[in-house]
Design a protein around this ligand. Structure first.
Ligand SMILES: Nc1nc2c(ncn2[C@@H]2O[C@H](COP(=O)(O)OP(=O)(O)OP(=O)(O)O)[C@@H](O)[C@H]2O)c(=O)[nH]1
Ligand SMILES: [Mg+2]
Length: 272
């Protein structure tokens, strides 16, 4: 059954009657229809992805899997939300959560988790992926199938055997490698790629960790692995090819890198 939602403030408890409430303020809105019994929720955080989002949604819809798509858009000035509204006229399984201003990838993912958990029947698995076409939507099926064999968290990995990055400049490669080395030293989860945003989470894992997620930006990627690892969930990798975005601009700014480094430093302080 598909359910229509149009909320601008209040708690999603009323409409979704799920296990967890999700409080919205009057500057936020949730619009669209969701598929009550989807197996896989696909969470797409967007900021200025108007050139990518429609094609990506079309390709996800073409997959042979029962999905609900949730886009978290931060009022992108390029009209990303309107593109998603166009897609909502074509498909009946897309929710759009609009926040008033750019508020960071970390909070977008955590808000998305909370919205899925507040549904009466949350999807069994949640995929997170970039909306810039760096991640191939066809890999979603493989990520889900690995998760089904008992992993709490499956990372679409660029750095394990078989994974790759295409068209990255040397600076980007160095930054990514340093971030991964630091994360590996701090967490030690025996994986190669801590910062990939292409993942499949079991809903059980999300439920267990969501209250402990406090990241504002990109550090969410390692915070989620740390929380999963601490709770002894199985964290595994499956190789993916990451293709540098062809359209739109990167949001990875020095500010974002500072957020990541201060998270790593805070982990070191807690260890010490
Ligand atoms: N809602 C929301 N989405 C964001 C924000 N920052 C980044 N995103 C989205 O998060 C995903 C990852 O951001 P990217 O800019 O692609 O970051 P990246 O993949 O590290 O960098 P490039 O691919 O090199 O541009 C994309 O879908 C972005 O649109 C934010 O503050 N809010
Ligand atoms: Mg990207």
């Amino acid at each position: 059954m598909n359910v229509q939602v149009l909320l601008s403030a209040g708690s999603l408890d009323n409409s979704f009657a799920g296990g967890m409430s999700f409080e919205m303020d009057s500057s936020q809105s949730l619009e669209g229809i969701f598929n009550e019994h989807s197996e896989v929720g696909v969470l797409l955080p967007t900021y200025c992805e108007a050139q990518n989002i429609e094609r990506l949604i079309d390709e996800i819809e073409d997959l042979d899997v029962n999905t609900s798509i949730l886009v978290i858009d931060d009022s992108s000035p390029d009209g990303t939300s309107d593109m998603v509204r166009d897609c909502q006229r074509k498909y009946d399984n897309i929710l759009l959560f609009v926040r008033p201003k750019k508020s960071g990838l970390g909070t977008a993912i955590t808000d998305g988790f909370r919205i899925f958990l507040s549904m009466e029947a949350p999807p069994e698995y949640v995929i997170t992926m970039d909306a810039d076409y760096s991640h191939n939507p066809k890999d979603i099926l493989r990520l889900v199938s690995v998760a089904k064999s008992g992993s709490g968290l499956v990372i679409g990995s660029r750095y394990c055997r078989g994974g790759s990055t295409l068209n990255w400049g040397p600076l980007r490669l160095v930054i990514s490698r340093i971030a991964n080395t630091l994360a590996s030293l701090m967490i030690g989860a025996r994986i190669h790629d801590y910062t990939s945003g292409f993942r499949c989470y079991s809903t059980d894992l999300i439920r267990r960790i969501v209250e402990d997620l406090h990241s504002q930006t990109y550090e969410i990627q390692i915070e989620t692995i740390r929380q999963a690892w601490k709770r002894m969930f199985k964290v595994v990798e499956t190789p993916v090819a990451f293709v540098n975005r062809k359209k739109g601009k990167s949001k990875l700014t020095p500010n974002e890198i500072r957020g990541f480094l201060s998270y790593i430093v805070s982990l070191e302080c807690r260890r010490g």
